[in-house]
Design a protein. Structure first.
Length: 321
């Protein structure tokens, strides 16, 4: 497959702790890299450039210290999620900081990544872009991205509605870059399934929200453990684009799941919601992989568990063999 060998040698598992709005902070990202998987930090979570630099410095210092104290330890690559629409000066400043602190991968989620891809390549990095269908995959490939994060049905956040069994093989037929499978992945066996389907990496969000390093409201952790996929609603009436949302979080802020307000316009406007109610701040998303979440371990404990499940899945005998 197309995962750079330099990444593979530094990882214990072909997995990414996805960049999650308001969730992925330095502690979670550093713990992911320290555990031997890719950790990704959303630029949007930092209120300004100074905070962003402070976070990158904190992560890099922690990883360097871990490397010194644990010679030979595998430390996963660091990624940053940047918006596709960013002013030239802002983009230059952000990429300079990324280079200074050892970021190797830029992740983009929405919009046309053409300009961003060109700038990232000039800077010397790789760019991976989210897609939910063949149409969006074809556009991203034409834009020159190095990797595609294929968000299949059942994902949290901004989910797609095409099943992984079709989406991954179909996109692999036309793309020889790095392929990531996203949506509903909570176990090591599912990580192995991503590889079998043709992906290089599994992209995991919800499962890593349910870790001790994810600094979220305790009620969010409680819902991830107690709720199941039957407690999710796939709707565009929360954030303007289709996503899976925890019904209990709607009820918690006084919304009627059966009578949600309609956004006045498309996009990320939230003025249709009651005052003080905002997606991801107090309205919480989750993928269908929630059905397999039973606890809130540390990232290190989770990665160790996932590795065991992955190894067992790899060792399964073939039919008739």
């Amino acid at each position: 497959m197309a995962l750079p060998e330099s990444f593979r040698q530094r990882m214990v598992l072909p997995a990414v702790c996805a960049p999650m709005f308001l969730v992925s902070k330095p502690g979670l990202v550093e713990a992911a890299c320290r555990s031997g998987i890719i950790g990704a930090l959303p630029r949007a979570n930092a209120r300004d450039l100074e905070t962003f630099e402070a976070w990158l410095r904190q992560i890099r210092s922690g990883l360097d210290r871990h490397a010194e104290e644990n010679p030979g330890a595998k430390i996963g690559p660091l990624a940053v999620n940047l918006a596709t629409r960013m002013g030239e000066d802002d983009l230059r400043e952000n990429l300079e900081l990324c280079g200074r602190y050892g970021v190797e991968i830029i992740i983009s989620a929405t919009g046309d990544p053409t300009d961003l891809a060109a700038r990232v390549h000039d800077w010397g990095g790789l760019i991976w872009h989210d897609v939910v269908s063949m149409r969006f995959a074809e556009k991203a490939i034409a834009a020159g991205v190095d990797g595609l994060t294929c968000v299949g049905a059942g994902g949290g956040g901004h989910s797609g509605n095409v099943g992984h069994l079709v989406l991954i093989p179909q996109i692999r037929e036309i793309f020889d870059g790095t392929l990531l499978m996203a949506g509903s992945i909570s176990t090591g066996a599912a990580i192995r399934a991503a590889e079998v389907l043709g992906a290089d990496l599994a992209y995991m969000g919800t499962r890593f929200i349910a870790t001790s390093e994810a600094q979220v409201d305790p009620a969010y952790h409680q819902m991830l453990v107690e709720c199941g996929s039957g407690d999710l609603m796939f709707t565009g009436r929360i954030a303007g684009v289709p996503a899976n949302w925890l019904v209990r979080s709607m009820e918690r802020v006084g919304l009627d799941p059966n009578n949600l307000p309609v956004p006045a316009s498309k996009g990320m406007r939230h003025d249709h919601l009651p005052e003080g109610v905002k997606p991801w701040k107090n309205l919480w998303s989750a993928g269908q992989g929630i059905d397999l979440i039973r606890d809130v371990p540390s990232v290190a404990e989770l990665v160790e568990r996932l590795r065991g499940e992955y190894d067992r899945a790899c060792a399964l005998p073939r039919f008739g063999g």
